[in-house]
Design a protein around this ligand. Structure first.
Ligand code: ACO
Length: 324
């Protein structure tokens, strides 16, 4: 038996903010942003009607259509997000209601930008255990609500969107061949987005809403050392060489990070597709949005090996090797 991705989908808002537009909001310019990050534009939500659950449901519908299965066939829905519209119900339950996945067990998962990989591994474990046969996993973010729009060091980086994949346990070989995930809570301060303070009869917090804060250079160093290390780990586990992999579908945070990862893996940039120039960093949505683009452009054939890998707040990281 094998756990395979049988369909993908994605959704991004229509509103596009290019670098020139951002330079009218904060003291920045197109050249700085392009040179340091590779980002040219990002899509931003048009408002509360186009929030995380809305985008997640759109991506879910597209993935179901692409896979040719109905919502009623889903046993499990996991949404990876750090920017849910509500604490309760979970985004996954909202998607369930929206698409009519009446049989599914649904929950959200927060592993920041590694969230989609953590969802993939969690769904794989459910499917391998026989607790589910068909799963929908989604990465969905409205990071524009978590960004301080007067902080030029962070607001230029992020975008909104959602990506989804349908997984199924089927007869045969291939599918998910090796996975690894990890976390380091000692480095939690490197990227934060703190929530509400405590307001109760014993304590009145004076803390106002907090926004994404990041030590960019620490994240950079962490990403370029951790991602190659764990990609090499899944390659070793499957006995494959770096060149045997057709595409490394990596978290889209920064072009320079991806270039350094390619260098460390000694693979050409042709193997590292990129769409961050159009979407910015969409956190847990970035890997499934890119996977969907590649899938819909018919760039994957049965038997191709791909690696999905990401890193993010927590700190967290993961890598998964898949035979398509
Ligand atoms: N426009 C113009 N100048 C800016 C901007 C901006 N948008 N932002 C910062 N600067 C200035 C700084 O103020 C600083 O000026 P100074 O030298 O006068 O003090 C100068 O540019 C250099 O700032 P650095 O922070 O040192 O710039 P750096 O080269 O490190 O680039 C960046 C910053 C792009 C954030 C980089 O560190 C990076 O990409 N890090 C990884 C970030 C990342 O990937 N985050 C997401 C991963 S985790 C997740 O996905 C949630």
């Amino acid at each position: 038996m094998a756990v395979k991705i049988i369909g993908t989908g994605s959704y991004v808002p229509e509103n596009v903010a290019d670098n020139h537009f951002l330079s009218t909001i904060v003291d920045t310019d197109d050249e700085w942003i392009r040179q340091r990050t590779g980002i040219k534009e990002r899509h931003l939500s048009s408002g509360s009607k186009e929030g995380t659950s809305f985008m997640a449901a759109k991506a879910a519908r597209a993935a179901l259509e692409n896979s040719g299965i109905s919502a009623e066939e889903l046993d499990l829905i996991i949404v990876a997000t750090t920017s849910a519209d509500t604490y309760v119900p979970s985004t996954a339950c909202q998607v369930q209601g929206e698409i009519g996945a009446i049989r599914a067990t649904c929950f959200d998962l927060n592993a920041a930008c590694s969230g989609f990989l953590f969802s993939l591994n969690t769904a794989d474990a459910y499917l391998e255990m026989g607790m589910a046969r068909t799963a929908l996993i989604i990465g969905a973010e409205t990071l524009s609500r978590e960004v301080n729009w007067s902080d030029r060091s962070t607001c230029i980086l992020f975008g909104d969107g959602a990506g989804a994949a349908v997984l199924q346990r089927v007869e045969g070989s291939g599918g998910i061949l090796a996975s690894v995930t990890g976390s380091d809570g000692n480095q939690g301060d490197v990227i934060t987005c703190k929530g509400r303070g405590i307001q109760n009869p014993f304590h009145k917090s004076r803390r106002k809403k907090d926004y994404i804060q990041m030590n960019g250079q620490s994240v950079f160093r962490f990403a370029v050392s951790t991602v190659p290390k764990y990609i090499k780990y899944v390659l070793k586990k499957t006995g494959l060489e770096a060149d045997d992999v057709k595409f490394y579908i990596l978290h889209q945070a920064n072009r320079r990070i991806l270039e350094l990862i390619a260098k460390r893996l000694k693979v050409s940039m042709d193997k590292i597709p990129m769409n961050l120039d159009h979407y910015g960093n969409t956190s847990s949505a970035s890997i499934p949005i890119l996977l969907d683009e590649i899938n819909r452009n018919n760039l994957l054939e049965e038997g191709d090996k791909i690696v999905l890998s990401g890193f993010g707040g927590g700190l967290t990281w993961g890598a998964t090797l898949i035979e398509w």
